[in-house]
Design a protein around this ligand. Structure first.
Ligand SMILES: Nc1ncnc2c1ncn2[C@@H]1O[C@H](COP(=O)(O)OP(=O)(O)OP(=O)(O)O)[C@@H](O)[C@H]1O
Ligand code: SF4
Ligand SMILES: [Mg+2]
Length: 375
């Protein structure tokens, strides 16, 4: 299917994002490409440490800031050296592809409404972040201010971006009430005056989603929106996300290691391990007939009831992924899953596979995809 540029909200091309550590570069995001169409919901699904949050931080222009901050508090010489080299290259005006060695930070392209965000400076980014692109971070509720009511906190988001003083008080209030209403918090006239401590964890999460919507963004990114809540609350949060999707027709990037969350909220998903997207396609296809050995192993390690039935029918066992994910501070020469893959052959350890579109709209990163047994 050919999609024209004006139907695409965000296009990420060959995105890399490298942290530093005392062992050198930490290659958290490696050559990732995907796009989010208008009104579409894309998921990043994968194991812990795969690089999902790092992709989100790169998109909202916070990756380098956070990475430098951690490097400075850890005070290790190697990190300092790498960031100094990066500063030096930047002073010389070198583009990433002109640098002689791999350096920390973000490279690649992040196209958003015709502009490449990867080239913006912090001042330009601030106009977009929290306004046209909003982010509900992982570990959520700590980002709410416990001392101010939610109406005040939500309005601040709008006032902060009203540089030309165009907004009227009644417009702000109306927008705040509309978005709080959308995430179904009960009687918003009463609840808007409450402070975060007066809400449950699941409600706090929905308040954060409402706050991320109040500016009517083009793209909302929600990072693990349902962790640390019980199944009932999970469903209410996911319902709120679905309502928002249908009502506002905004584009979304949802991050989770929970396949139920992906299945319920996403049109298409990318499966991540070791800084790579290894499989990308229609959510139902990827979850019901995964083609990549990592996706299969990841689903087998935590299957849904329906999948448990299928696994038993085939006489297989539910089991975790053997071994440990690769250390991202060591350069990987072959397939990022080769150390743990039951189908690995020499070629897998020697060469990184190409990211191939093996069916329309269905992408895979595996040398041996065509030879694997059917799922
Ligand atoms: N500030 C940092 N400095 C160095 N390495 C980091 C930093 N933050 C994350 N990493 C490393 O980068 C890799 C990707 O981390 P990231 O948080 O993006 O994974 P994730 O997929 O979001 O995991 P989770 O599901 O646990 O949230 C991990 O190996 C992690 O240890
Ligand atoms: S490329 Fe090889 S090691 Fe990697 S997933 Fe495919 S079969 Fe497994
Ligand atoms: Mg994360």
């Amino acid at each position: 299917m050919v999609v024209s540029d004006d139907e695409v909200t965000l296009k990420v091309e060959n995105l890399r994002a490298f942290y530093t550590s005392k062992k050198g570069l930490v290659r958290a995001v490696n050559n990732i490409s995907f796009e989010i169409r208008k009104g579409e919901s894309i998921g990043l699904f994968g194991e812990s440490g795969a690089g999902k949050t790092s992709v989100a931080l790169a998109i909202i222009g916070m990756f380098e800031q956070i990475s430098r901050h951690f490097a400075s508090t850890a005070s290790n010489e190697e990190s300092r050296k790498l960031w100094a080299l990066k500063d030096d290259a930047r002073k010389k005006g070198l583009a990433f592809n002109e640098m002689k060695e791999e350096l920390p930070g973000v490279s690649g392209h992040i196209w958003f409404k015709g502009r490449d965000l990867a080239t913006l400076d912090e001042k330009e980014y601030r106009k977009i972040r929290g306004n046209e692109i909003t982010y509900v971070p992982q570990g959520t509720t700590k980002s709410l201010n416990p001392y101010s009511d939610i109406e005040e906190q939500s309005s601040e988001v709008l006032w902060a971006h009203d540089e030309d003083n165009e907004l009227k008080e009644w417009q702000v209030m109306k927008r705040v009430l509309q978005t709080l209403d959308l995430v179904e918090l009960g009687d918003v006239d009463i609840r808007k005056e409450m402070k975060p401590s007066q809400f449950s964890v699941g409600e706090d999460q929905r308040v954060l989603i409402a706050m991320a919507l109040v500016s009517l963004p083009d793209l909302m990114i929600a990072d693990e929106p349902t962790t640390a809540v019980d199944i009932g609350l999970q469903n209410r949060i996911l319902d709120a996300i679905q309502i928002v999707r249908d009502e506002l027709e905004l584009s979304m990037l949802l991050i989770s290691n929970n396949q139920g969350t992906m299945a319920k909220t996403c049109d298409r998903i990318g499966v991540m391990t070791a800084g790579h997207i290894v499989e990308f396609g229609d959510t139902q296809r990827v979850l019901n007939s995964p083609g990549h050995p990592f996706t299969r192993a990841f689903i087998m390690s935590n299957p849904s009831m329906e999948q448990i039935r299928k696994i038993r029918e085939k006489g297989l066992r539910i089991r975790g992924i053997p071994g440990m994910p690769p250390d991202l501070s060591e350069a990987i020469s072959g397939c990022p899953f080769s150390e743990r893959c039951e189908y690995a052959q020499d070629i897998c350890r020697e060469r990184i596979p190409e990211y191939r579109e093996v069916d329309e709209g269905y992408w895979i990163l595996c040398h041996r995809y065509e030879e694997l047994p059917a799922w």
